[in-house]
Design a protein around this ligand. Structure first.
Ligand SMILES: CC(C)(COP(=O)(O)OP(=O)(O)OC[C@H]1O[C@@H](n2cnc3c(N)ncnc32)[C@H](O)[C@@H]1OP(=O)(O)O)[C@@H](O)C(=O)NCCC(=O)NCCS
Length: 179
């Protein structure tokens, strides 16, 4: 019997999430393992898709990586309101998930690069994000992409039990061009 070919990431394309992708996006979320989902967000799984759609706006962009018409990755970026000028804009990566069975093959890297490209195109020189303090693999992943830990944060869990989540804020800055 022939071995299953390793799915390549060559055919990966990124698209902005639109209403007609609802079902495909829902299947992607439903098929994530409990561990992947737990590391990704504290939004209850049954409401995740609707919460994401509600957040789409001029400032919040959601991209999905698609392969053979299936959603295999998700990335979300929110651009801050301009301060004094477009040059002072910041962006926050508010979500990044790769389909559980396809992790560790470079898809998360391509998705984060795509988010950084969008941030740069919208004039953001600083991109921030929050990671669980105990998620060493994800911290290492973002460090590989040039993010540095800048702050420690503690947020109340959305479980109604008054438990806290320990987080790091990470940041990547792009120098202003000199001319
Ligand atoms: C974090 C995530 C998006 C990374 O995507 P990915 O496609 O698995 O990552 P890539 O293959 O592009 O990058 C792998 C690199 O990141 C690190 N990494 C990512 N996940 C890792 C894991 N589970 N274990 C070990 N290292 C990991 C490694 O340093 C690896 O570097 P290497 O190529 O030198 O070995 C993905 O694992 C995921 O969806 N995790 C669950 C959800 C989550 O935690 N999201 C982040 C919320 S802040």
């Amino acid at each position: 019997m022939q071995a299953e070919p390793t799915p390549s990431i060559d055919a990966l394309v990124f698209e902005t999430l639109t209403p007609d992708m609802y079902k495909k996006f829902q299947s992607f979320v439903e098929e994530l393992s409990p561990e992947t989902y737990r590391d990704a967000t504290n939004i209850p799984r049954e409401s995740f898709v609707n919460v994401i759609y509600q957040q789409l706006s001029r400032r919040t962009t959601v991209i999905v990586g698609k392969k053979a018409n299936d959603v295999i990755s998700f990335g979300m970026l929110t651009v801050s309101k301009s301060l004094s000028s477009n040059h002072n804009r910041e962006a926050r990566i508010a979500g990044l998930i790769v389909r559980t069975d396809l992790q560790g093959r470079g898809i998360g890297s391509l998705t984060v690069k795509q988010l950084l490209k969008i941030a740069e195109g919208r004039g953001c020189r600083k991109v921030t994000l929050l990671v669980l303090k105990n998620n060493k693999a994800v911290i290492k992943f973002y460090q590989k992409h040039g993010f540095k830990i800048t702050k420690e944060k503690q947020l109340l869990n959305a479980d109604g039990e008054n438990t806290a989540v320990n987080l790091y804020e990470m940041e990547k800055t792009t120098p202003r061009p000199t001319n």
